[in-house]
Write a protein that binds this ligand. Structure first.
Ligand code: FAD
Length: 268
């Protein structure tokens, strides 16, 4: 993030005509934009879910419990730094994804030479990059299907034994492009060490908006809902009735994960 922040700063220093710096809401933008905004002394607007007009935006606050409207005053003529929750802006049928080559198609007069930008700051020293292991599954933020396990799975072994095969079984489903589902987790199971924290979904984890979200042994604490309630279809599997997850679920299956998940895996 320090490197990209310094790179963006170098571009903005040369290009006074740029009015908006935009990015999708994701871990990287959460790391870069506060740094960039603080260094440029600009108030960013993060996690926009709706554009009202070029100066007003709607964004969630307090773990998604309220939506707030942020308005730039009409006299604001400076730079805006904005991040968008991309799942709220689906492509229309007529739109196509176009790849652009920044070096050839940018209207930025001259991009700074990246080799000349350092990741060091007065407070940080760049040590090394460690990329997460390739899981062979779509990234959580892009996934069409997510299978999430919670404390109801009880042990790390049970999590792997029950959640992984169910997630894999979606490779048989044409509707979801014959792709394995991504695996998600609640903070409870991350804290218990069942999975790496890169899989955590929620207020302090990732925000996801898949077409199908299957939550197994998950109570639906407000901090978890903040990360997944934008999912199109939510299925909850829980042995108890009346769990908070039901408020956002389209389907609730009451049963023990130990028996329900193998049956479901076989059916998918
Ligand atoms: C500041 C803050 C930030 C947080 N951020 C996050 C976050 O980003 N993401 C997050 O997830 N949490 C977050 N939390 C934690 C959150 O409050 C909950 O503690 C957590 O989400 C609970 O996880 P869980 O649903 O797995 O566990 P529990 O709440 O313990 O729920 C377990 C569920 O499993 C069911 N169950 C038990 N056994 C079985 C069985 N055999 N078969 C079927 N069902 C069974 C139970 O009925 C229960 O509903 C945060 C908390 C705080 C204070």
């Amino acid at each position: 993030p320090e490197l990209v922040t310094n790179y963006l700063k170098a571009i903005l220093k040369n290009e006074k005509d740029i009015t908006n710096v935009i990015f999708n809401t994701q871990t990287l933008s959460k790391a870069i934009f506060p740094r960039l905004s603080a260094q440029l002394n600009i108030q960013p607007t993060n996690d926009i879910v709706k554009i009202v007009d070029e100066n007003s935006f709607i964004k969630p606050m307090f773990a998604g419990n309220i939506l707030s409207k942020v308005e730039y005053s009409p006299s604001h003529s400076g730079l805006k730094i904005l991040t968008f929750r991309t799942g709220n802006f689906p492509l229309s049928e007529s739109e196509q994804v176009t790849e652009i080559n920044l070096n050839e198609q940018s209207n930025i007069a001259s991009l700074p030479d990246s080799a000349s930008i350092s990741a060091d700051t007065p407070f940080n020293k760049f040590v090394k990059v460690e990329l997460p292991q390739d899981t062979g599954r779509p990234d959580l933020s892009q996934a069409k299907v997510i299978v999430t396990g919670g404390r109801g799975l009880k042990t790390k072994e049970n999590f792997e034994k029950l959640i992984t095969p169910l997630a894999d079984s979606f490779a048989n489903v044409a509707k979801y492009n014959n792709t394995k589902a991504s695996i998600g987790a609640t903070r409870a199971v991350v804290d218990l060490g069942f999975v790496n924290n890169s899989l955590q979904i929620g207020q302090t984890g990732k925000i996801v908006q898949p077409e199908l979200y299957v939550a197994c042994g998950v109570s639906g604490a407000i901090q978890h809902l903040a990360g997944m309630k934008g999912s199109k279809v939510v299925v909850g599997i829980n042995k108890e009735e009346g769990q908070p997850l039901e408020q956002v679920s389209d389907y609730t299956l009451i049963g023990d994960v130990d028996t329900v998940l193998p049956e479901l895996t076989a059916k998918v």
